[in-house]
Design a binder for this molecule. Structure first.
Ligand SMILES: Cc1cc2nc3c(=O)[nH]c(=O)nc-3n(C[C@H](O)[C@H](O)[C@H](O)COP(=O)(O)O)c2cc1C
Length: 437
């Protein structure tokens, strides 16, 4: 039922006597470049030295072409493109309404994806060289790298080919609902640059499952794509809770042929009552309808699709236990953890905007949940981690906590279009160092 192969998370293999580790604490940022050396003495980890490597000693994780050109700040690494974005492009973009910027970014990515010469040029610049790539096999799929684009960016499946060219290892489009819907009133996205955070109350604005299915039918199909494409489905606003299962089923039937995996989203805070679907009795109504439909696909000669559930960071651990027991009972293939939070930590207590909070303030809670899920399932359930992945350290932390893949959204807003490529390269370099390659 749970299938995944990857190198063991750092900090779990007992066979290495000396390695660089992350301490798993969300509040302990540590650059991969300046990591502490840890020796295992009598089974216990002891920090024996702290080496801050000189800037010039650093090799570009992408293969040496950028050696010595990277910029470095305490807990994050910059590439020239990231630096340029942060210093020149971002200040201009941030003068406009966040949703206006988002729409322009989606349009630009759609053009990049549609114009073959442009796409190929970008692909050459962003792909990991063959010798350095460390693809990840998970749920019967092959992910070229660990970094994906989280749901909500490409709601209608127009931009994912451009995202693939920019170096993403998978894209989750959606949330798609059965009925086309406009979402909540604008403004509905708010940036908080100082905290590297966003609050959104989009409310599943999307063109509807039929239109998205028609679009995907004209694009490369599963098996013919550079990267896996996940489709995130949600409840139409007009569907009451007791009709939710049929509503999700309608989307699943229309979209499953076009998906490499399907995510059942029961955790967005901006559709009234949606999060109630995380309760055990609602899950027991919803999940069998979708798993039966998935099984029925094989009877009609079509492949079953990996099915995952996306959960909220605001669930308590006992609630997560209930979710996990239902997931196991109905044989789901994985979990996406987490969506945005309704919590308002620190300075956000004074922010009077409804919606889900994402980005850096979500990082610690989201990692805590990934860690809990990995322990509770003995590492057997594939976990896609989403929430506050803003740099190589926070991405590495999610993998150490037990995630197989990570996804970014808010990090893309603050670090720019080459963030996925840079992050993927950093993660490969980090893995190489940890395993002595
Ligand atoms: C503007 C915006 C829209 C989003 N829309 C969706 C959505 O439609 N469906 C969904 O499952 N998650 C949605 N999300 C949540 C993201 O997929 C992600 O889980 C969350 O933002 C945490 O990751 P981050 O901290 O990297 O942004 C949205 C997030 C943002 C910021």
């Amino acid at each position: 039922m749970f299938s995944c192969t990857k190198k063991p998370p750092l900090g779990q293999s007992q066979s290495l006597s000396e390695k660089i580790i992350y301490d798993g604490s969300a509040n302990a940022p540590r650059s991969a470049r300046g990591a502490k050396t840890v020796r295992r003495v009598g089974g216990r980890a002891q920090i024996t030295s702290t080496k801050w490597r000189p800037f010039s000693a650093w090799k570009d994780p992408g293969g040496g072409r950028l050696a010595g050109l990277e910029f470095f700040r305490a807990d994050r690494s910059f590439t020239p493109m990231g630096f340029l974005y942060e210093k020149c492009v971002r200040p201009m973009l941030f003068r406009f309404d966040p949703e206006f910027d988002h729409e322009r970014a989606v349009e630009a990515m759609a053009v990049l994806g549609a114009v073959a010469p442009l796409r190929r040029m970008l692909e050459m610049a962003t792909q990991l060289t063959a010798g350095r790539a460390q693809p990840i096999e998970c749920m019967g799929l092959r992910f070229p790298n660990a970094v994906g684009l989280a749901a909500g960016f490409d709601k209608n499946g127009v931009a994912w080919r451009g995202a693939a060219a920019l170096g993403f290892g998978h894209v989750e489009i959606g949330t798609v609902t059965l009925l086309r819907q406009p979402g909540n009133d604008r403004p509905r996205v708010f940036r908080f640059p100082k905290q590297e955070a966003v609050i959104n109350r989009m409310g599943f604005n999307n063109q509807g499952a039929e239109a998205v299915a028609r679009r995907l039918a004209r694009m490369p199909a599963p098996g013919a794509r550079r990267i896996p494409l996940g489709i995130n489905i949600g409840k139409s606003r007009a569907a009451p809770l007791d009709k939710a299962a049929q509503d999700y089923l309608g989307s699943f039937e229309l979209l499953a042929d076009h998906a490499d995996y399907v995510v059942i989203n029961v955790s967005s805070p901006n559709t009234p009552d949606l999060r109630q679907l995380q309760e055990e009795h609602w899950l027991r109504e919803l999940l069998p309808v979708l798993t039966n439909a998935n099984r029925a696909r094989t009877a009609s000669g079509r492949p079953r699709r990996p099915l995952l559930l996306k959960i909220a960071p605001d669930l308590s651990f006992p609630q997560i236990d209930n979710v996990l027991s239902v997931i196991a009972e109905f044989g789901l293939d994985g979990i996406v953890a987490t969506n945005t939070t309704l919590a308002r930590p620190g300075p956000f207590a004074a922010v009077n905007q409804a919606g889900g909070l994402s980005g850096r303030p979500l990082r610690a809670r989201s990692t805590e949940i990934v860690n809990y899920l990995a322990r509770a399932t003995g590492g057997k359930l594939p976990i896609i981690a989403s929430g506050g992945v803003m740099d190589p350290v926070s991405a590495g932390e999610k993998l150490d906590a037990g995630a197989t893949l990570v996804q970014i959204y808010t990090g893309l807003i603050f670090s720019g279009p080459f963030f996925a490529r840079d992050l993927a390269r950093s993660l490969v370099a980090r893995q190489d160092r940890a395993f002595g390659f």
